[in-house]
Design a protein around this ligand. Structure first.
Ligand SMILES: Cc1cc2nc3c(=O)[nH]c(=O)nc-3n(C[C@H](O)[C@H](O)[C@H](O)COP(=O)(O)O)c2cc1C
Length: 198
């Protein structure tokens, strides 16, 4: 699939069959997805792959306990055979920018030295890579925010305190889907988003 086609075709899929991905597929996709730009080539993004029913159910039991499921709009989201937790160590940027070739920038001193926290930019690039790669493979994927459950998931899976969980990504074989609540929003006119100085 052409890149431009994958970009246009990609959309969030919120209904999955429980059919597992082929062996090794998710590792291969994550390995490709990590080839993204990162400030100072810090490479602070990693993945925790949840890809057996007992493990994905630990994720859902933590973020969406059974008693809350009857009112959940996308029940078949929970059938996704794979959930990738996109992990990030922001402190890696302070360490990297304290190295000899970057020390003069003073960005290694503290997080306030970063007007734009590039770690979020860099994790977004990895996430988009993964979404596009999944699309190109004929798979469906959805970014699922953790919101108030980041600490709970960190505890559930024994992740260190300094490791942020940027998002969860459900990945699998799409089945008939109902559109998300934001799907009715049209693309803005190009004239609103591409400008030149007057
Ligand atoms: C950072 C981020 C967080 C999102 N969180 C959720 C979420 O928690 N649940 C959900 O159903 N969709 C979530 N979405 C999907 C957006 O609603 C979706 O990308 C947007 O409506 C555009 O639709 P499309 O991606 O299908 O083109 C998220 C997207 C992003 C980029």
């Amino acid at each position: 699939m052409e890149l431009s086609q994958a970009i246009k075709k990609r959309h969030m899929v919120r209904a999955f069959s429980s059919r597992p991905l082929p062996d090794g597929k998710i590792d291969a996709l994550c390995e490709q997805a990590r080839h993204a730009p990162s400030a100072g080539n810090t490479q602070a993004v990693s993945f925790l792959i949840l890809d057996t029913p007992d493990v994905t159910s630990r994720y859902w039991n933590t973020t969406l306990p059974p008693e809350r499921r009857s009112s959940f709009s996308f029940p078949k989201l929970l059938d996704a055979p794979t959930i990738v937790l996109v992990l990030l160590k922001p402190h890696a940027y302070l360490d990297r920018y304290s190295e000899k070739d970057k020390k003069h920038t003073m960005r290694g001193l503290n997080f306030d030295a970063w007007p734009v926290p590039f770690w979020w930019v860099d994790s977004g690039a990895v996430i988009q890579n993964l979404l596009l790669l999944a699309t190109a493979e004929g798979l469906g994927a959805c970014v699922v925010g953790l919101f108030d459950h980041e600490d709970d998931i960190r505890t559930e899976f024994g992740l260190p305190d300094d490791q942020r969980i940027v998002t969860a990504l459900t990945i699998g074989h799409a089945i008939e889907d109902s559109p998300g609540r934001s799907a009715h929003r049209q693309w803005k006119p190009v004239s609103e988003i591409i400008k030149r100085p007057t």
